[in-house]
Write a protein that binds this ligand. Structure first.
Ligand SMILES: *Cc1c(COP(=O)(O)O)cnc(C)c1O
Length: 364
């Protein structure tokens, strides 16, 4: 068996140990005589799995007791709409406004979704420099009456990342952390709500995690469908309907493994080392370029270009031959992108850097 080095932006590579454990438990989970996939979500076994996953996530991120952890579906994309429906206010009279920081493709989608639901104010934007930087907070123009301030912690497509948490006073801070969560330490108490699709840094697609401060739950706007009301999910322990049971199980294995390998602080050290290895190589080369402002470069998604886009296809074919896959950039931006989530190993990044050098020597 050969496992490739998978640089996909998502669904993304998972820790091999987790996959092996899941394989070992596939037919018979802990002597239950059944696969986790076959279990009732209301049975004792699965409740144990879900409770452990939540407890481990709470430990990893030191989530305060006054925050709910919800295991939902619909991806981050559903949160683009569900979150405003719950946070923009529960009275019909007030015209709600929310502040958004525009940093690229995912922020744009979040903004578009929120515009359909209420007043959106763009408090800052990186568009003037093609989203190659994070607008510093001193340039933000926050409104006085915002229901919340939303930002995209890591732009998975553009490869720009917040290395800091904005200070927005008493206004609830909301973040799409789909491609940042668990990659670096996080002070949850600074946030009103955090959401993340699982398929980048947590586990399989189909699971979406929402971490929300309790006082923000229970204010869905009139007419909100039950399935889109945080209170309904919070009050039923994320079991209002059938949750994505297998995805929760795998996420739980990922959390447990993170705890056993030094927690988030150790994960951050590994992620720093991987990103530095790749960026240092790119910076030292005249053949590859990365357009992002160095201080705002993403540790998770490294976008880069070859000097001549006519070589892209040959580059990708050569990479695949060396078991380095999914390096093609997002269709909206072209070029290359290497995603270095928690489960990507330093060995994988070294193999990529070796190939970059080899290709540059041949075609540079
Ligand atoms: C992948 C991604 C999304 C979209 O997630 P879906 O699960 O496809 O809805 C949203 N935001 C960010 C930052 C992402 O990386």
């Amino acid at each position: 068996m050969t496992r490739v080095f998978n640089f996909s932006a998502g669904p993304a590579t998972l820790p091999e140990e987790v996959l092996r454990q899941a394989a070992g438990e596939m037919l018979d989970w802990h002597g239950s005589g059944q696969s986790v996939m076959e279990m009732s979500h209301r049975g004792e076994e699965f409740i144990e799995i879900a409770d452990a996953a939540e407890a481990d996530l709470r430990t990893l991120l030191a989530i305060p007791d006054n925050y709910k952890v919800l295991f939902l579906q619909g991806g981050a994309s559903l949160q683009f709409e569900m979150m405003p429906m719950n946070l923009m206010g529960d009275t019909a009279e007030v015209a709600p406004t929310a502040d958004y920081i525009h940093t690229g493709d995912w922020a744009k989608k979040a903004i578009k979704a929120a515009r359909g639901l209420g007043g959106v104010h763009i408090a800052a934007s990186g568009e003037d420099r093609s989203f190659t930087y994070i607008p510093p907070q001193r340039t933000w123009r926050l409104s006085n009456d915002a229901a919340y301030v939303h930002y995209t912690a890591n732009e998975t497509i553009g490869g720009v990342e917040f290395g800091w948490v904005p200070d927005v006073g008493d206004v609830p801070l909301v973040s799409d952390m789909s491609s940042q969560i668990l990659s670096r330490p996080l002070d949850v108490s600074r946030f009103g709500l955090i959401y993340a699709g699982a398929q980048k840094n947590i586990g399989p697609a189909g699971l979406t995690i929402v971490i929300v401060r309790e006082d923000l739950v229970g204010h869905a706007r009139p007419g909100t469908p039950s399935m889109l009301d945080y209170a309904i999910h919070a009050n039923s322990g994320s079991m209002y309907n059938t949750p994505p049971t297998y995805a929760i199980y795998i996420a739980g294995l990922v959390f447990r493994r993170l705890l056993k390998t030094g927690g988030i602080a150790a994960a951050e050290q590994r992620n720093k080392a991987k990103a530095a290895l790749l960026y240092d190589y790119l910076d030292g080369s005249d053949f590859y370029t990365n357009p992002v402002e160095p201080a705002d470069r993403s540790r998770m998604n490294v976008s880069f270009r070859l000097a001549d886009p006519a070589l892209d296809a040959e580059f990708l074919a050569g990479a695949t031959k060396r078991d380095l896959v999914q390096l093609k950039g997002h269709r909206s931006v072209g070029g290359m992108r290497a995603s270095l989530y928690n489960a990507m190993t330093l060995e994988g990044v070294q193999a990529l850097v070796d190939y970059l050098a080899e290709f540059e020597a041949m075609r540079g």
